[in-house]
Write a protein that binds this ligand. Structure first.
Ligand SMILES: NC(=O)c1ccc[n+]([C@@H]2O[C@H](COP(=O)([O-])OP(=O)(O)OC[C@H]3O[C@@H](n4cnc5c(N)ncnc54)[C@H](O)[C@@H]3O)[C@@H](O)[C@H]2O)c1
Length: 277
């Protein structure tokens, strides 16, 4: 029997992660799914079983480096390697930049940034030792390419994921490693992300205040999206095959990136023109 190609997905119990797992199953891959929510994970497992995909389901808190290390070891023990890794699990808080509590920062940085870092630290050295071609996809957000009011903590972590992923790709290229990287940057779409507090550990309780206008903007943005989690998963798999780094599913993200870049360049040019005159 030949060994299947293997994908690992974190945050696979819901939303984009679940759809990434299903998309990998449709690619005829074996799938290692992990999440902090065991019931949601079991539901994704049932969906993979229905598709006939070989599956390993393991509970894992991505902010905990030891949990992620166990996930990598279990993947290697079961299938001897991993071809695609999706560092996808994420959470969000809303509110003014000055109102976020220390616990908000610790929780969201721990999941969104350190979750990705932990994935890379546990899986990439094993991928390098194996020497086979592989692909790492880190889920950032349109909020990792542009910024908006009420999202300082979330935006900070997602910008960090973009920067980290760009550096990771450069380091792997420098090392002539056969491992590619993509960074996934969706805008708002329907998922469980607006109910992230369900996964907040009691030890990090205590959010800053959130203006209802920010919550309303998220609800409206999700409802208005013509792109759904399944579309994002399909576009991500296409991007892996096409060896594309940035995966930007929503059309409107281009304009946000353009506005931000233009403002940077306008301010840059003002200073430098003043210096020339
Ligand atoms: N839905 C959107 O509008 C949107 C937009 C841009 C980016 N994203 C990003 O997409 C990714 C997936 O989010 P989603 O929208 O599918 O939300 P979701 O809430 O539907 O799914 C996130 C999953 O991550 C799991 N999770 C939470 N904390 C975890 C932890 N500590 N360890 C392991 N798993 C954990 C949750 O249980 C859940 O199953 C996130 O990184 C999110 O920031 C989402």
């Amino acid at each position: 029997m030949t060994t299947p190609r293997v994908a690992v997905v974190t945050g696979a119990g819901s939303g984009i992660g679940r759809e990434l797992a299903l998309a990998c199953a449709r690619e005829k891959m074996a799938v290692v799914i992990s999440d902090i929510e065991t019931t949601a994970l079991a539901q994704t497992r049932a969906m993979l079983d229905a598709l006939g995909a070989p599956c390993l389901a393991q509970c894992c808190d991505v902010s905990n480096a030891e949990d992620v290390e166990r996930l990598a070891q279990a993947s290697w023990d079961k299938w001897g390697g991993v071809d695609w890794l999706f560092n996808n699990a994420g959470v969000a808080v809303l509110g003014n930049a000055w109102d976020a509590t220390g616990a908000d920062w610790q929780w969201v940085l721990g999941v969104n940034l350190m979750g990705v870092v932990n994935g890379v630290r546990s899986f990439v050295p094993r991928m390098l030792s194996r020497g086979a071609s592989a692909h790492v996809v880190n889920t950032s957000s349109a909020a990792g390419l542009a910024t908006l009011a009420g999202s300082a903590v979330y935006c900070a972590t997602k910008h960090a994921v973009v920067g980290f992923s760009e550096c990771l790709a450069k380091d792997l290229e420098q090392a002539a490693a056969p491992i590619r990287v993509s960074v996934l940057c969706p805008a708002l779409l329907p998922s469980g992300i607006h109910k992230s507090q369900r996964n907040r550990p009691a030890s990090l309780a205590g959010s800053g205040p959130t203006a209802s206008a920010y919550e309303e903007r998220v609800r409206a943005g999700m409802a208005a999206s013509t792109i759904h989690a399944a579309d994002v998963a399909r576009m991500t798999v296409e991007a892996i095959h096409a060896r594309r780094f940035y995966v930007i599913p929503h059309h409107q993200t281009g304009a946000s990136v353009e506005r931000r870049t233009q403002q940077i360049l306008d301010d840059f040019q003002q200073i430098h023109q003043e210096n020339i005159q």
